[in-house]
Design a protein around this ligand. Structure first.
Ligand SMILES: Nc1ncnc2c1ncn2[C@@H]1O[C@H](COP(=O)(O)OP(=O)(O)O)[C@@H](O)[C@H]1O
Ligand SMILES: [Mg+2]
Length: 326
């Protein structure tokens, strides 16, 4: 479990007109991340993701607040905490003139792993990240996606239960992104708790169990992905719903128009021969919509399909942050 309590980081900036200046990169962030989660930190550049992740890893001292990893206070016992954490920075350098296995062997030694365990461990992590065929290849010849996976292999060398990955998908092509997602899902299935940041929302939406939406140092929303989306749609603007029915009747239109949250109900133009549909605006959560559809079916309406332009995570994010989706 990773626990953040009022975690705050202020950076000093160059004085403005002789006055000291600060930026609050993380402002009283409270968060609990349970074991087994893939927890996504999402927000535009400058939101405070990197700052927060670095404090979690003990690489940056908080101005105030607490970080605990597996019950250990990271600020006061960074070395103990680091045993539980594997960290991959947003920009990391690899030694181009080393071979893949040499690089991992080098770090395993730097981590002071018992020498006799190292060869088997290096082989194991190479297999984990799917670089078996590149074991003896020089790092400089690897694709960006492979380099990213090698970075992850290094981060899991000491078999930490928690992995912290800062924007690991940035700069990867679509295929490498898919491979990265598969790798993270596998690591998660093998028991790793993963904290991952990205401004590429669709990447997180697919793999995360929970998300924290950050902007300008503030946590705007956090929690289980479904709950964050649900909570957000409750306050959402109206969305357009289309229900396809075998036949539109006056009775159906009256019934619909009388429902809570339904406005502007009207039969729509026939799009498929033999099938009719009704369009309306709906304000309410997904579960409220589900209840309405259920009632409709129970009342005997010939429902064939329901199509909604449900808000995507990106739209929710854009609305919450009041900013642009990146
Ligand atoms: N070392 C630093 N010194 C001063 N300001 C910094 C430093 N690192 C980050 N910041 C500022 O803190 C804010 C958060 O940055 P960061 O944590 O890197 O956000 P993100 O990773 O979400 O892009 C930004 O306004 C950034 O300019
Ligand atoms: Mg960052």
């Amino acid at each position: 479990m990773v626990r953040l309590e009022n975690l705050t980081k202020e950076y000093d900036l160059p004085p403005v007109k002789g006055r000291p200046a600060q930026v609050v990169a993380a402002d009283r962030v409270n968060l609990q991340i349970a074991d087994g989660e893939i927890y996504g930190f999402v927000g535009p550049n400058g939101a405070g993701k990197t700052t927060t992740l670095k404090m979690i890893c003990g690489l940056l001292v908080p101005t105030s607040g607490i970080v605990e990893v597996q019950g250990i206070d990271v600020e006061h016992r960074p070395e103990d905490a680091l045993q539980f954490i594997g960290y991959l920075a947003d920009f990391f350098s690899l030694y181009d003139d080393m071979k893949v296995w040499e690089y991992l062997d080098y770090f395993a030694r730097a981590y002071k792993m018992p020498a006799h365990q190292i060869p088997a461990r290096v082989t194991e992590v190479i297999a984990w990240v799917g670089l078996e065929s590149k074991r003896d290849a020089f790092i400089q010849g690897l694709s960006r996606g492979m380099k990213q996976r090698l970075g992850i292999a290094r981060a899991v060398l000491h078999n930490p239960p928690v992995l912290v990955l800062d924007e690991p998908a940035s700069g990867l092509d679509p295929k490498a992104r898919v491979e990265l997602k598969d790798l993270l899902k596998n690591l998660n299935r093998d028991g790793k708790t993963i904290l991952i940041s990205s401004h590429v929302l669709s990447d997180l939406e697919e793999i995360c169990t929970s998300v924290a939406i950050m902007e300008k140092g503030h946590l705007l929303r956090s929690g289980k992905l479904a709950a964050v989306m649900e909570q957000s749609t409750e306050t959402a603007a109206k969305r357009r719903i289309r229900i396809r029915v075998a036949e539109v009747s006056d009775q159906l239109m009256e019934w619909l128009s009388a429902r809570d949250g339904v406005t502007e109900a009207h039969p729509s133009a026939k799009i498929i021969p033999g099938s009719s549909s009704v369009d309306f605006l709906f304000s309410g959560s997904d579960s409220a919509l589900a209840a309405l559809v259920k009632e409709l079916v129970v009342a005997g309406a010939p429902v064939c399909a329901v199509e909604g332009s449900a808000e995507s995570f990106e739209q929710i994010y854009a609305r919450l942050s009041g900013g642009e989706v990146m």
